[in-house]
Design a protein around this ligand. Structure first.
Ligand SMILES: Cc1cc2nc3c(=O)[nH]c(=O)nc-3n(C[C@H](O)[C@H](O)[C@H](O)COP(=O)(O)OP(=O)(O)OC[C@H]3O[C@@H](n4cnc5c(N)ncnc54)[C@H](O)[C@@H]3O)c2cc1C
Length: 404
C-alpha cells in the first residue's frame, strides 16, 4: 500500500516530469512511471515561450536551463520563393522582459536532462524507469494501478492517476477507448547540423520560419549555438506511429528542389545528413480529459499539430494547473479539504479546456497559412509585411502572458 497523498504519473516526458515536480512542490508524494529504460532525446529542438518558461523557472529550473537555452533575437519569416525575409518578429531580452519570462530555444535532450536531474534530486518523487503502466481500477484510496517493471508485475494505490503518456496514451485507451488521434496528412522531417558546417551567410541568431507551397521549414540554433535544428513539414500519406523512423536525405532534398525553394533554404536542407520522420497526428478538439480519480495531461489529452510551437508549452501549463487544483484540496496546505479528488480533477480540466482548444485551432490555422500557394500566398506575404513584426508578435500575447 502507498503512503497517503501519493499520486501516480504515467509517462516521464516533458509533461510527466513537470507534473511530478509541480505536485511534489504542493506536498504530494509522486511515483512517476516511465516505460523507457532511459530518458533519451525524442526529437531535437524545442521552442519554449514565456508561458512555459515561467512555470519551469517557478519550479526552480532557471539555473539548470538558462545555461543551455538560447534566447533567439527574433522569429524571421522567410519567403521560400524569393529567399528573402518578409517580416521580423523581435524577441530577444526585450520580449522576455515584457512577458516577465524568457523565450527560449533548447535541445529537447537538455530540457529532459534538466527535468530528470531536478526530479531525481527531489526526495518526494520516485521516478521508475523501465516501468510500463498497464491498467487501473478504482479502490478505497482512489485508484489501484497495475504496472510492469521489466518482468515483474506490480500494484500501487494512489489518490489519483495522471496519464501523461503521450499521444498514443495507454491511460486514455483504458478511460476513453474511442478517443483516437487522427492523421493530419503531414509529416515532420527533423534533423540537426553543426553550425560551423554552414557557410557564414547562413549564421543564425534566431528562429527562421520559411513558408512555401504545401510545406514549411523552421530553423533555429540549439545547444548553445553549436547545433542548428531543422524541421521541414511536408504533405505525405506515410503514417507510421512513433518518433524516430529514419528519412532518406535525397527524398527531402528532391522535394524542396522540385518545388522551387530558394537556394538559401535548400542549402540548409542539403546540409543535414541524418533525418528522422514523424507522422503528425492530433487529438480532436474538446475531448474529455478526466473520469473519477484519473486525468489526462499533455499530448495524451490534446496532442496537437506543432505549428504554434505550443504542444510542450501546453503540457507544462497543464502540470501547473493540475498541481494547483489538487494542492488546494489535498496538498500539504489544502484550503478546500472537503473537495473530492474527482472534483479537483474536473476543475483542472475545466480550467484548461478552452485555452487549449484555442491553441489547437491556432496551430491548424497557422499550418494552412504557411502552406498557401499562388496569388493568395502573395496576398498573405503583403498582409504580413503591412502588419509588421511588432503587431504580429503582439497577436501572441494571449499565449505568452498566461499565468497559472
Ligand atoms: C515536429 C515537432 C515539433 C515540435 N515543436 C514544439 C515546440 O517548438 N514547442 C512546443 O512547446 N512543443 C513542440 N512540439 C510538441 C511537443 O513535442 C509535445 O507536445 C510534447 O513533447 C508532449 O509531451 P508529453 O509529455 O505530453 O508527451 P511525450 O513527450 O510523448 O511523453 C510521453 C512519455 O510517456 C511514456 N509512456 C508512454 N506509454 C507509457 C506507459 N504505458 N507507461 C509508462 N510510460 C509510458 C513515453 O515513453 C514518453 O516518455 C513539437 C512536436 C513535433 C512533432
Amino acid at each position: 500500500m502507498s503512503a497517503p497523498r501519493t499520486i501516480i504519473v504515467a509517462g516521464a516526458g516533458i509533461g510527466g516530469l513537470t507534473t511530478s515536480l509541480a505536485l511534489a512542490a504542493k506536498g504530494f508524494r509522486v511515483i512517476n512511471l516511465e516505460k523507457a529504460e532511459r530518458l533519451e532525446e525524442a526529437g531535437a529542438g524545442l521552442q519554449l515561450s514565456p508561458n512555459a518558461s515561467r512555470v519551469l523557472i517557478d519550479l526552480g529550473l532557471a539555473g539548470r536551463l538558462a545555461q543551455r537555452a538560447i534566447v533567439p533575437d527574433a522569429v524571421t519569416v522567410m519567403s521560400a520563393r524569393t529567399g528573402r525575409a518578409l517580416v521580423r518578429l523581435p524577441l530577444g531580452d526585450a520580449a522576455g522582459a515584457r512577458a516577465g519570462a524568457p523565450y527560449w530555444v533548447i535541445h529537447r535532450a537538455d530540457l529532459q536532462a534538466a527535468l530528470e536531474a531536478q526530479v531525481n534530486a527531489h526526495p518526494s518523487i520516485d521516478l521508475r524507469l523501465g516501468c510500463r503502466f498497464e491498467d487501473f481500477a478504482n479502490d478505497v484510496h482512489g485508484v489501484s494501478i497495475g504496472h510492469r517493471c521489466r518482468a515483474e508485475r506490480r500494484q500501487d494505490s494512489a489518490l489519483a492517476l495522471i496519464g501523461a503518456d503521450g499521444i498514443w496514451s495507454t491511460v486514455r485507451g483504458k478511460l476513453f477507448p474511442t478517443a483516437q488521434p487522427r492523421f493530419s496528412g503531414l509529416i515532420a522531417w527533423r534533423g540537426t547540423v553543426e553550425a560551423k558546417a554552414l557557410p557564414q551567410r547562413a549564421a543564425l541568431a534566431g528562429v527562421q520560419l520559411w513558408m512555401g507551397p504545401d510545406a514549411h521549414l523552421v530553423v533555429y540554433p540549439i545547444s548553445g549555438g553549436r547545433l542548428v535544428n531543422l524541421v521541414a513539414i511536408v504533405a505525405d500519406d506515410w503514417r507510421r506511429e512513433g518518433w524516430s523512423a529514419p528519412g532518406d536525405a535525397r527524398d527531402i532534398q528532391r522535394r524542396f528542389a522540385a518545388a522551387g525553394w530558394a537556394s538559401a533554404a535548400r542549402l540548409l536542407i542539403d546540409s543535414v545528413e541524418n533525418w528522422k520522420r514523424w507522422a503528425l497526428f492530433a487529438m480532436p478538439d474538446g475531448g474529455v480529459w478526466t473520469a473519477g480519480s484519473t486525468a489526462l495531461l499533455g499530448d495524451a489529452a490534446h496532442g496537437m499539430l506543432p505549428f504554434a510551437a505550443q504542444g510542450a508549452g501546453m503540457a507544462i501549463e497543464d502540470a501547473a494547473v493540475l498541481a494547483k487544483c489538487l494542492g488546494e484540496s489535498h496538498g500539504a496546505d489544502a484550503s478546500n479539504a472537503a473537495l473530492p479528488v474527482a472534483a479537483s480533477l474536473q476543475r483542472y480540466a475545466q480550467a484548461r479546456s478552452a485555452r487549449v482548444a484555442r491553441v489547437q485551432r491556432l496551430a491548424r490555422q497557422n499550418g494552412g497559412i504557411y502552406h498557401l500557394k499562388g496569388p493568395i500566398a502573395l496576398a498573405r506575404d503583403l498582409a504580413m509585411q503591412a502588419l509588421g513584426g511588432e503587431r504580429l508578435l503582439a497577436r501572441q500575447n494571449w499565449i505568452y502572458d498566461w499565468r497559472a
